[in-house]
Design a protein around this ligand. Sequence first.
Ligand code: SAM
Length: 291
Amino acid sequence: MFLHKEMIGNFGKLFICTTPIGNLADVSFRLIETLKNADLIIAEDTRTSRKLLNRYDIKKHEMQSYHDNSSVQKTENIIERLKKGENIALVSESGTPLISDPGYKIVKRCIDENIAVTVIPGPSAAISALVASGLSVDKFIFIGFLPRQKQKIKNELEKLRNLPFTLIFYESPKRLLKLLDIILEIFGDRNACIAREITKIHEEFLRGNMLRLLDYLRKKEDSGQSLKGEIVLVVEGDTEIKIKDFKLDEIKNLLSGLIKKGLGRKEAFREIMNEYDIDRKSLYKIYITIK
Ligand code: SAM
């Protein structure tokens, strides 16, 4: 295998800097130091990022706006500056750059050019919502924003329906009711959490099954108080396994034993299905949790 190691040399470094998702106090010492010492800060929205910089007295910094459809020339200028030894900080409007936000293209270009890329870890709405949701965090999938069109949403959800992993969606409050309705139709009545305005004054976590959440939101809307602000929707994965609970561990152990022994998936499934009253779909759900 070819191991890709950054060349360092006299090149500068690209720092992927996470920033608060609402509460400006959610910063690390390292973030402030990095922003202070950067030769250039590239930001999705320079006006939003200025607010953060002003709060921490980082005043005279050169800033440029940057997003994934910025011109090739702009990207190449940034690459040239890194090659000359400048250190550049990348920030998005909030949270972790690249996560439903710009940055992927510049990171990819740096890696192609052997320029070191590092990260200053910190907030992301997705992980914050997940850990406060009360839903399983063992395995999860980040979906981000779904397409706008109903049929396309349905097609995406169909692909996710049988996965036993917690799902994380970003959605605007205006489209939330419509999304919950479609989720109910495709997934059935699962548990979910609506995480709203995380770390801000009106932070709230609405937890419950889909029917209850829909009922609550409809009543709210009817009384003229529709949901506002930023929202993450966390939805329980498909947990329905058609086997009695007491046999689940037994099957899990047997399956991982067979796989470790070198048996192919199909063969291992066949052996288990000969012995237990379990269908292939349920067995697959167990399989992907132990893989
Ligand atoms: N890069 C960001 C991150 O790491 O979370 C996400 C940026 S994405 C363009 C913006 C979406 O993130 C919002 O529409 C909302 O779904 C979610 N979001 C951001 N901040 C939030 C907050 N404070 N509370 C709830 N959701 C938030």
